[in-house]
Design a binder for this molecule. Structure first.
Ligand SMILES: *Cc1c(COP(=O)(O)O)cnc(C)c1O
Length: 401
């Protein structure tokens, strides 16, 4: 990938007719180091948030050794890049063939499940193909359903066993695994550390009821990034509250604590340059949209930060909405996005904080979707990790019970 100082330099050099993704490996590495130093346990990277190979390599170099993969394609991708990484197959509903290939061919030992059917599927897929003996080295994590009430994007309804089923499933799973974990996901962009308190309370109830030995607690993803209107509490607050509640769980004395952030590790990694193709009063027709890297801007009205890349715009900022390039009316992003009032067709805009669920979402629908990728060395439009945000002290740690 070519390296430029910033988005303006890219526009000067390329005057790009198509969107350009700007990647900041230094920002991803900084996020990884932050988690490795401050999270009181092990940090996995949830690959689905952004599977760009250069990002995965940057995280590995920064010290991330474990990867949460959710499909056989993600297993193959990460294994091809990182022969020594530990891969954890954390999608609770997998195809038998995917489990078998992951276990027998790629050395995956850790799997999540939320039902007896999935437990049986895993046991059968991992049997020795010659002797039919069940695998003795499985590491299994039971996914609990927890509330998403503190999160911007819910993950509460699809996966996870409920509190009534959990004790039985934990007991059954324990019989097939020497190493048993509990995992959950509080929903993405959890705006309060209390999301994790609630989930860990549920975890406590399930473990107490099951009375089995638990070797690992995986608090999942959901750690926030910063966007306009979405300024979370300091990340240290999340870590402190998780540590506190983890320590009081009825689990093995040497039990491990894991987390598997996607967004928090990669949101700052990418931004994107788009061009205004037409202006219709307060609406800008740009060359990326709902079927490109701006899926969340269209589908959940996410407001990403923006800035104009022209030096000759003089007017004060006004609020704009965007239309994407496809012929679909739904290719619309209401924003509002604040840009100079005299912005016009032909001008370029940088849209920030697209590293998570942005660059990863691009499709080729309607013939749009190609984007060159380059590296830039400037700072992301916002950062949780550059030291500019407050560190927790007695006043702003939200009640450590
Ligand atoms: C998507 C996902 C993650 C990452 O979630 P973020 O909100 O991006 O941190 C982690 N674990 C699982 C099982 C997921 O499905």
């Amino acid at each position: 990938m070519h390296i430029y100082p910033d988005a303006k330099a890219v526009v000067r050099a390329l005057a790009p007719d198509e969107p350009v993704i700007l990647n900041r490996p230094h920002a991803a590495a900084r996020a990884a180091r932050f988690f490795i130093e401050k999270f009181p346990g092990k940090t996995l990277y949830a690959v689905k948030a952004n599977p760009t190979p250069e990002l995965i390599l940057a995280l590995w170099e920064a010290g991330i050794t474990h990867y949460d993969v959710a499909s056989i394609a993600e297993v193959r991708l990460v294994r091809s890049l990182l022969p020594h990484a530990v891969l954890c197959f954390m999608h609770p509903i997998k195809a038998s063939a995917a489990i078998a290939e992951a276990y027998h061919k790629h050395g995956v030992k850790t799997f999540s499940l939320d039902s007896v059917e999935e437990l049986e599927k895993i046991i059968n897929a991992c049997r020795d193909p010659e002797t039919g003996e069940p695998a003795a080295d499985l590491r299994l994590a039971v996914r609990l359903r927890v509330s998403s009430e503190y999160s911007e994007l819910s993950l509460a309804s699809k996966f996870g066993c409920d509190l009534l089923e959990a004790p039985g499933l934990l007991q059954q799973t324990r019989q097939h695994a020497d190493w048993l974990g509990v995992c959950f996901h509080v929903g993405s962009q959890a705006m309060s550390p209390f999301a994790f308190v609630q989930a860990l309370d549920r975890t406590r109830a399930a473990i107490a009821e099951a009375s089995v030995v638990i070797d690992m607690i995986d608090v999942g993803g959901g750690f926030p990034s910063i966007y306009p209107d979405l300024e979370p509490a300091p990340m240290e607050d999340y870590f402190a509250i998780i540590a506190k509640h983890f320590e009081s769980l009825p689990i093995a004395y040497n039990a491990e604590l894991w987390c598997e952030p996607g967004r928090a590790l990669c949101a700052e990694y990418s931004s994107m340059i788009v061009r205004v193709e037409k202006r219709r009063s307060g609406e800008l027709y740009i060359n990326d949209g709902a079927y490109g890297a701006l899926y969340d801007a269209a589908h959940v009205s996410w407001r990403f930060p923006v800035r104009a890349l022209e030096d000759d715009l003089r007017d004060a900022d006004e609020d704009f909405a965007f239309y994407g390039p496809t012929c679909d009316d739904a290719d619309y992003m209401q924003g509002p996005f604040a840009l100079p009032g005299d912005i016009q067709a032909g001008d370029y805009i940088e849209i920030g904080m697209l590293g998570a669920y942005g660059a990863a979402m691009k499709t080729g629908f309607n013939g749009f979707g190609t984007a060159e990728q380059v590296i830039v060395t400037d700072e992301p439009m916002a950062s949780l990790y550059d030291g500019s945000r407050q560190r927790p002290d007695a006043d702003n740690v939200v009640s450590l019970r």
